[in-house]
Design a protein around this ligand. Structure first.
Ligand code: KG4
Ligand code: ZN
Length: 358
């Protein structure tokens, strides 16, 4: 009889628990790896409760690129008020937070340090678990904030510092199948833009000019070995610099728009071809675009056409989630929360952190 009573109590308890919605997991995330300071609060790795971003672009513009020391100082100036604003905007109290996440690498050492120190201080003061996050995992998982992910998937990561094809057979298991051997795609965009006198960051300007131009200057494509998923953009960059210098030497106007169109066509051709080959070879259910260059209109439209032909959905985050932001860090941090894998107060900023080892 007693046993039966216990079973009944247990059943009632289980039913009551099942009816009760699970307590939401709120992760406060910090991103300071380069020239954007950002703090976000993300619910269950999927819902953005706040995502405050302060870009330093205007500060670095006059130098034509990011100045690391200036970036660190700007992060220090912004981080405290941004933390307060992110909490206020989310409308939740500090006591409701479940964990603190912070980008631990890769990135600029001084810039990363500001976030890591802030993250540790908060985790320590609030007695919360600490989660160090890989920046590129963040870019990839930005897609989780707006889409349902299905595995296996291929992610084409194209940012200012990275160009990689990443295979994910299951959540959080990253395998890099191709990477750039020299410049990242965004870096090449920024360098050729600078040579043509366009403002920093050059990517959006080259993208716009490429859409506007009616004709293009033909430029080379770097395919590398037939079976390789690696990329190389330095030859293309040099070809652009040659065209620009020759025009200047002849005293002719630089055909900025036609060069932009030719450059963009070359970059897109190689990215789309290799990404779609990877989708076929690995039987991917989705292709995810990630990183700052994912904002590129030309790349999005050609990739969308190719994916339609392949019958595989192309997932792209909205513009604000393509470039650096902390919500994507909160989304990726949830992978570690799920496994209850936390970092200690020994967490360090790792400028060369490897995605496959994260
Ligand atoms: O991901 P992100 O914000 O920072 C890094 O982690 O590197 O990417 C910034 C890069 C810059 O190189 C910028 O020029 C490029 O993304 N970018 C673009 C576009 N918008 C941003 N490149 C091409 N077309 C765009 N529309
Ligand atoms: Zn980034």
């Amino acid at each position: 009889m007693n046993v039966t009573k216990f079973d009944e109590q247990q059943r009632e308890l289980t039913e009551a628990n099942a009816a009760k919605p699970a307590k939401p997991v709120y992760i406060l995330a910090i991103e300071t790896s380069c020239d954007e300071t950002s703090v976000a609060i993300v619910e269950n790795g999927k819902i953005i409760r706040s995502n405050v971003i302060s870009s330093q672009i205007e500060t670095h513009q006059r130098f034509g690129g990011v100045v690391p020391e200036v970036a660190s100082r700007k992060h220090v100036e912004s981080i405290t008020w941004m933390l307060e604003e992110a909490v206020e905007e989310a409308g939740i109290s500090l006591q409701e937070l479940s964990a603190i996440a912070v980008t631990e690498g890769p990135g600029l050492i001084g810039a990363l340090l500001v976030g890591v120190v802030a993250g540790k201080a908060l985790a320590c003061a609030l007695d919360l678990p600490l989660i160090g996050v890989h920046h590129i995992a963040g870019h990839i998982y930005a897609n989780q904030l707006v889409h349902e992910l299905e595995y296996p998937l291929i992610s084409l990561v194209v940012s200012g510092g990275h160009t990689e094809l990443v295979l994910l057979e299951e959540p959080g298991k990253f395998r890099i199948i191709g990477r750039t051997r020299d410049d990242a795609a965004g870096e090449a965009y920024d360098k050729i833009a600078r040579a043509m006198g366009l403002p920093y960051p050059g990517g959006p300007h080259v993208d716009r000019l490429a859409q506007e131009a009616e004709s293009e200057i033909k430029l080379p494509r770097s395919w590398l070995e037939a079976d390789s998923y690696d990329f190389s953009f330095s030859g293309l960059k040099s070809a652009v610099l040659n065209v620009v210098n020759q025009s200047k030497m002849r005293g002719e106007a630089v055909q900025t728009a036609q060069i932009a169109k030719g450059f963009q066509a070359s970059v897109i051709d190689v990215l789309v071809e290799k990404a779609s080959r990877a989708v076929r070879e690995y039987g991917a259910k989705q292709l995810l675009l990630a990183g700052g260059v994912a904002a590129n209109k030309g790349l999005r439209s050609v990739l969308a056409e190719r994916c339609a032909e392949l019958g595989v959905p192309l997932l792209v985050p909205p513009h604000a989630l393509c470039t650096d932001n902390a919500a994507m860090i909160g989304a990726a941090a949830f992978l570690k929360w799920d496994k209850q894998e936390f970092d200690s107060m020994e967490l360090k900023a790792e400028p060369q952190l490897k995605l496959e080892e994260w």
